[in-house]
Design a binder for this molecule. Structure first.
Ligand code: GLU
Length: 425
């Protein structure tokens, strides 16, 4: 009997619908030709790979991965690699498109890409994770290069995985190529400050937005952070160090709430020891849903897509939302929030710190000349604040929310580049 191959079906993900709805909304404000508008709506190329991985038992198991290049008009495509059971081609398409807008918004010379493997990385041993990473990296060789497409970490991946990626590529070409990935460990060509960069950028944007609202005393401001991975945990820690009251944090196991402020370093230590936030003694247990609507001033969704939707948006108590995750808010929720006067700093601005420092890492690798952490953080802040101000100005000009403004700015930059380069042939 012949059994047809069926790629794994992830649970329903609305990310691509969200990305296209945001795009259509922003394009409406721009006078670009229908041809260019249509061109930018499509991913440029998409690769699906099905590959074998040897498990520790000796058994061979098949896995499915993707890499999507949304656009390469402004430079090589850039974007992370995600390991998650929720990965699907549509999710990766959305994330690749958001990378194009993110890079254009902060004016770094990249297009957008994203990749992912349908896998629960926690279900693999370290050796299996290495086998999977090396084989997936090898499958991507026709698509990646320091001048064509540069991967980085995302949900479920980390600097060690980037090191295996870099090693696999380097072994195939015969010499070390640090610039093939960013987010590597510092001792093999990674950048100082890259690991904390996304969280740091989230907090820089939060501080700028609070300043606009006339709120300048950190001790008065209660912050809730959903997600405690690289982005959420660093954002929470940096906010805590700046004197903000971090009242709630959560991970997949659940969350903890303390109206007087949590001891964030203690939460990090508890998580490292027990593997989850649930049960942390310094606060009351809450669910991830409770966290979204908890009593706070700033909400930082830093977990994944689709967390703020029409069911919970009417109950959100925060007056400011800063998106650490990509695509956490549905278009319907965007409308509800802006009607309610809740300010939202969109993902492509708020979490751009990661790819900005990735850009610094790539520049340092290509020049073999490395910067110290102060220099990295200074340049990061300069770019982010400039992008924040440009977004606010665009929002005022068009009388739109910050997400639409950020997309208008980004799409216009890419569309202008398309117009001047022209269509081949
Ligand atoms: N995965 C991160 C993002 O979504 C970083 C991408 C990169 O550094 O290339 O922005």
């Amino acid at each position: 009997m012949v059994v047809a191959f069926n790629p794994p079906v992830a649970h329903v993900n609305h990310a691509y619908h969200t990305a296209l709805a945001q795009y259509d909304r922003a394009v409406h404000y721009l006078s670009i030709s229908d041809g260019v508008a249509d061109f930018l709506r499509y991913p440029r190329r998409e690769l699906t790979v099905n590959f074998p991985v040897k498990r520790d038992t000796g058994k061979i198991e098949m896995f499915t991965g993707y890499r999507v290049h949304h656009n390469t008009v402004l430079g090589p495509s850039k974007g992370g690699i995600r390991y998650s059971l929720g990965v699907s081609l549509d999710e990766i398409r959305a994330l690749a498109m958001w990378m194009t807008w993110k890079c254009a918004l902060v004016n770094i010379p990249y297009g957008g890409a994203k990749g992912g493997v349908v896998v629960d990385p926690k279900a693999l041993s370290p050796r299996e994770l290495e086998n999977l990473t090396r084989r997936y990296a090898a499958e991507l060789i026709p698509l990646i290069s320091p001048h064509a497409d540069i991967p980085a970490p995302d949900l479920g991946t980390n600097p060690q995985i980037m090191a295996w990626f870099m090693d696999t590529y380097s072994m195939n070409v015969g010499y070390a190529v640090p610039a093939i990935v960013t987010g590597k460990p510092v001792n093999i060509g990674g950048s100082e400050g890259r690991n904390e960069a996304t969280g740091r950028g989230v907090i820089t944007c939060m501080v700028e937005a609070l300043r606009m609202q006339g709120q300048t005393n950190p001790a008065d401001i209660r912050v809730a952070v959903q997600g405690f991975g690289n982005v959420g945990s660093n954002a929470a820690l940096i906010a805590h160090k700046l004197g903000f009251k971090v009242v709630a944090v959560s991970d997949v196991t659940g969350g903890t709430y303390n109206p007087n402020g949590l001891d964030v370093p203690a939460v990090r230590a508890y998580l490292a020891e027990t593997g989850g936030i649930r049960g942390f003694r310094g606060g009351d247990d809450i669910t991830n849903d409770d966290l979204i609507t908890c009593d706070c001033d700033v909400l930082i969704p830093a977990a994944m897509e689709d967390q703020i939707h029409e069911d919970n948006a009417p109950r959100i108590q925060a007056s400011l939302i800063v998106e650490g995750a990509n695509g956490p808010t549905s278009p319907e929720a965007d409308d509800i929030l802006s009607e309610r006067g809740i300010m939202l700093v969109p993902d492509i601005l708020a979490n751009a710190g990661g790819v900005i420092v990735s850009y610094f890492e790539w520049v340092q690798d290509l020049q073999s000349f490395f910067w110290d952490e102060d220099e990295v953080n200074r340049q990061l802040e300069r770019i982010l604040i400039k992008s924040f101000e440009a977004t606010v100005t665009t929002a005022e000009e068009h009388n739109v929310d910050l997400r639409t403004a950020a997309q208008i700015l980004a799409i216009k930059r890419v569309a202008d580049a398309v117009a001047i380069r022209g269509f081949y042939p």
